[in-house]
Design a protein. Structure first.
Length: 309
């Protein structure tokens, strides 16, 4: 009996000491892997945004030099509308903050560092009670606006110009591919962060949770999400550009018909204004129209079907 008691206590002591050694080591390994993945996402997001900005500026300059002022002005208008919408959102997000904080957020947007900042804040669980929205909502909404107002229509415009241009330079092709990758990264980041959110998984477990918990599987899934969204965007963009080259009236007619059918579908489902909170009257319906129109564009050009809107 004494021997058995000694053996059990000795075994328990060994297991306890081993557990105390293994668990911190395992936790440190997971934390290191998570931080490494975060650093890669932040770096990739910042590099893609800066590369996209540089190539767009060069495309605008080439359009102006070649006499294609309509193409240059159209691309400037898309970039300007996207920046204006993002700056307005940043002001609303930080309306309780000081002027210095607002200026810092504006600099992040203008310098195209916002995607990296958003990825860092979401991944680290940044919490600020003085902001209007949580970091996840801010990131998803901001990227959605950028995609719908600049990345997707800008890529379509460049693809259309490339198809109909007599001189097809490699630079224009590279610019289109960078825009495609930027769109794919933004779409993947929205899907990824919405799914791995603990709050979302707890609130809607049947909808969220398709991304596994290990860092390796999450990394592979994120890369695949980028590739799927990028290839889907490239396919849809080329198809629309080719159709636009054949008939502008037919192209805009099809796009308009798709939008009308989508809005009618949401009305029939009786959830047209469900996702617009905090507004009343006509403004609520106007915002619902804007939100659903943007969502339809994102669905068509990124294949991002995992949305509740």
């Amino acid at each position: 009996m004494c021997v058995c008691a000694f053996g059990k206590s000795h075994l328990l002591s060994i297991l306890t000491n081993s557990t105390q050694f293994v668990l911190p080591t395992h936790a440190q390994h997971l934390l290191a892997s998570s931080n490494m993945g975060l650093a890669k996402r932040v770096t990739l997001g910042a590099l893609l945004s800066i590369a996209d900005m540089i190539t767009d500026m060069r495309v605008i300059n080439n359009y102006q030099v070649s006499g294609n002022t309509s193409g240059a002005n159209s691309l400037i208008a898309m970039i300007g509308s996207s920046l204006a919408a993002q700056l307005l959102m940043a002001y609303a997000q930080n309306k309780k903050k000081s002027k210095g904080v607002k200026l810092r957020e504006f600099v992040f947007i203008v310098t195209c560092l916002k995607p990296g900042v958003d990825a860092y804040r979401v991944a680290t669980g940044h919490d600020d009670k003085d902001t209007t929205f949580n970091p996840l909502f801010e990131m998803a909404t901001g990227k959605g606006v950028e995609l719908a107002l600049e990345s997707i229509p800008g890529g379509l415009l460049q693809a259309y110009m490339f198809i109909n241009s007599p001189e097809k330079t490699v630079f224009f092709l590279i610019s289109i591919l960078i825009s495609t990758l930027t769109t794919g990264f933004a779409s993947a980041m929205i899907s990824f962060d919405m799914d791995v959110s603990v709050a979302n998984r707890k609130e809607v477990p049947l909808f969220y949770g398709y991304i596994k918990d290990s860092n390796t599987e999450r990394g592979i899934t994120f890369v695949l999400l980028i590739l799927l969204a990028s290839l889907h965007n490239l396919s849809r963009t080329i198809g629309t550009a080719l159709l636009l080259s054949v008939s502008k009236e037919l192209t805009f007619g099809i796009i308009l018909a798709e939008q009308v059918l989508y809005h009618l579908y949401k009305i029939v489902r009786r959830d047209y204004i469900t996702w617009v909170v905090g507004l009343e009257g006509g403004l609520k319906y106007l915002m619902a129209f804007f939100v659903h129109s943007n969502i339809k564009v994102l669905l068509d050009y990124t294949g991002k079907k995992r949305t509740q809107l």
